[in-house]
Structures are given as C-alpha cells and as structure tokens.
Design a protein around this ligand. Structure first.
Ligand code: TYC
Length: 125
C-alpha cells in the first residue's frame, strides 16, 4: 500500500508580501497588528441662514417669523431682528443644507403671503 503523504496545499506566490512575511506559514502567520478601522463618514457641511433688512417689513412681523421658523423666544427674536435692522444682515441659525434651504423657503413664502418684502438667504458656514 502506498503511504499517504500529509502535505498542505502549495501556497501561491504573493508579490505583495515581503520576505519576512513569507518566512513562516507562507505569509499566513496568523499574526497581525490590530488597527482601528478608518471612519469614512464625513460630517455634513453646515449653512448659515441669514435674514436681510429692508425698509418695509414691520418689526413685529420679523419677530414673529423668527419665533415661528427658528423656534426663538420673543427675547431672542427681538434681539436678532434689531441686529438685522441696525446692521443689515443677521444669522437666524446654522443647519445642514436641506434644513437651511427649507427654512429660507418657509420665510420667503410666509413673507409673500403677507405682502412683505422680507428676504432670507443661506451661505456655507
Ligand atoms: N427695517 C425694518 C423696519 O424698519 C424692520 C426689519 C428688521 C425688516 C429686520 C427686515 O430682516 C428685517 N420696519
């Protein structure tokens, strides 16, 4: 009877390995370095929603708009409205792109419905 030779399958030459890697177990040493997996989730870009001053929109309407769409207290809304009135532009909040875009459209629609020229825009933070 022919003796059965116990032999492991030939290991394919892997050009990516160094000689050191090949030394034991054909590069499959079962030994490795534990590395933290790379985190590939990028944080979304943020956008400032800006309120613009004009000469016609009533101050109370701007305060109401800031309370309604930016969940501000009457005190914060009044402070932001006065800042915009005095400086020409002011930040209502900082949001991801789609949320910022929705808020800008809500403000513009609300102002139009009430025949006010109030304008709102967004810019990358
Ligand atoms: N300037 C306006 C007025 O005097 C008030 C106002 C404030 C308008 C802020 C727009 O974003 C604005 N009635």
């Amino acid at each position: 009877m022919t003796p059965v030779r116990l032999q492991s399958a030939p290991v394919r030459f892997d050009p990516r390995l160094t000689d050191e890697d090949r030394e034991i177990g054909g590069g499959r040493t079962g030994v490795g370095v534990v590395t933290k997996p790379e985190t590939k989730t990028a944080k979304p870009a943020l956008y400032k929603v800006l309120m613009l001053n004009d000469d016609y929109t009533p101050m109370e309407f701007v305060v109401l708009t800031l309370q309604r769409f930016f969940k501000m207290t009457i005190e914060d809304a009044t402070r932001v409205m006065l800042h915009v009135h005095q400086r020409g532009v002011g930040v209502c909040g900082i949001f991801t792109y789609e949320v910022a875009e929705t808020k800008v459209n809500q403000v513009i629609d609300f102002a139009r419905q009430h025949q006010h020229p109030l304008q709102c825009t967004m810019e990358k933070d």
